[in-house]
Design a protein around this ligand. Structure first.
Ligand code: NCD
Ligand code: ZN
Length: 349
């Protein structure tokens, strides 16, 4: 049995670091485990321009623990009125790494999202020309669309035409949640890649709803059937270049998670790489963890892989129940809090 595995340092290609006191509370969990992370722009108001991203990056760097070796990669929130020149300049100057498309109202803080993809065609055409990746929250949140079919409907109605119309545009379909999306990514690689979260590899709608309603497992896209989970595990552990790590760690204050209208998002940063290691171990595929966590992402983004390494060891530890936020927001409950986790990162706090 393998008890130790050393891999190139992983990157997290989808993370919500928030801002202010919440940023201070959650950033260390990501920065101690990952070398780089794609930082989501869905603050209120959104990180929409190069100037916004530059300022947000400075706040993240200022909040980093002193011993962290971590680089935030910034994204801009695509809106109907996004200026193609501003985005292209931000990419050229190394401020922006990618652009994020949220269909309007599809998820937390997506009210300012794109109302109609036709409106952002000039920006997409420019990104295609300069080789700038488009990251997509792939759900159609129209009132007639069933919550469990939002991803499938988006993929069929919106993503397929978009890939066809912009064949040179590099795209990431984020937080895959269905077998249909897995197959779609495979069929459209290498133009398209998909990220997979730890919770979509472990949870199903049964674990979220079947034995009492568990608000801490509620996220967008919602976790699906067991057959979807199995397809996601097969994809992640396949070694195929089109699947890579994106935790979608999305902290919300406890009060917002326990409110009558529960905020969507799972705060998994304290146990993310460890949970992936468990999943790969269970699948007998620890040998493919490095491809998923550290190689496939940089290849899709056209970035170098990390030179430093991390070591994961099989040694049980108890996951923290929560992170403490200094200020009125209080506490954030952590995914798998209090559970015994079979793997740990050697040296991570
Ligand atoms: C995210 C958040 O809270 O910002 N929530 C979530 O359920 N995943 C937004 C997102 O990525 O959809
Ligand atoms: Zn997200």
């Amino acid at each position: 049995m393998t008890d130790t595995i050393t891999i190139r340092a992983p990157d997290d290609w989808h993370v919500h670091l928030r801002d202010g006191a919440m940023l201070n509370a959650v950033l260390p969990f990501t920065a101690r485990r990952f070398a780089r992370a794609i930082v989501m722009p869905n603050l209120v108001p959104p990180v929409a321009t190069t100037a916004d991203a530059d300022a947000y990056r400075a706040r993240i760097l200022a909040a980093l623990p002193e011993d962290a070796d971590f680089t935030p990669l910034m994204t801009a929130y695509l809106r109907d009125d996004t200026d193609a020149d501003d985005i292209a300049n931000g990419f050229r100057d190394g401020v922006l790494t990618a652009v994020k498309l949220y269909p309007a109202h599809a998820t937390t803080n997506a009210a300012a999202g794109v109302t109609d993809i036709a409106r952002v065609r000039p920006v997409l055409a420019r990104m295609e020309t300069i080789g700038m990746p488009l990251l997509i929250h792939g759900e159609d949140a129209g009132p007639e669309v069933d919550i469990f079919e939002r991803e499938q409907v988006f993929v069929e109605r919106r993503l397929a035409p978009l890939l066809h119309d912009f064949p040179g545009l590099k795209v990431v379909l984020e937080h895959l949640s269905t077998a249909i999306a897995v197959d779609f990514v495979r069929a459209h690689a290498p133009q398209l890649a998909g990220t997979i979260t730890p919770h979509h590899l472990v949870e199903t709608r049964n674990s979220m709803l079947g034995h009492g309603l568990r608000p801490h497992l509620y996220c967008m896209p919602v976790v699906k059937r067991e057959s979807d989970r199995v397809a996601l595990v097969a994809a992640a552990t396949s070694g195929e270049a089109c699947f890579f790590l994106g935790t979608d760690t999305a902290p919300h204050a406890l009060g917002r998670k326990l409110a009558p209208v529960c905020a969507a998002g799972v705060f998994n940063a304290p146990v993310a790489i460890e949970t992936y290691a468990e999943v790969f171990d269970k699948a007998g595929r620890l040998d493919r963890l490095e491809a998923f966590a550290s190689l496939n992402g940089p290849r899709h983004y056209g970035l170098p892989v990390n030179e430093r390494t991390i070591t994961l060891v099989r040694a049980g530890w108890t996951a923290p129940r929560e992170a403490t936020v200094e200020g009125p927001e209080g506490r954030v409950a952590a995914y798998r809090g209090g559970e015994t986790i079979a793997w740990q990162v050697s040296g991570a706090a």
